[in-house]
Write a protein that binds this ligand. Structure first.
Ligand SMILES: [Zn+2]
Length: 53
């Protein structure tokens, strides 16, 4: 008893592959991509405080 991990059980799918950024970050229920913000904004997510250059 107690062998294995519960993480592999269930198989609930939370994220789909985002068709805009191509990452596996599109939330199934929120219908928002956590990576690029697809579904939440009409433009690519970007913040002034997050720019790298
Ligand atoms: Zn995305």
């Amino acid at each position: 008893m107690g062998k294995g991990t519960p993480s592999s059980a269930g198989g609930k799918i939370v994220h789909f592959r985002c068709r805009r950024c191509g990452k596996h970050s599109f939330h199934r229920q929120k219908r928002v991509c956590s990576s690029c913000g697809f579904g939440r904004t009409t433009t690519l997510r970007h913040y002034d405080w997050a720019k790298r250059h």
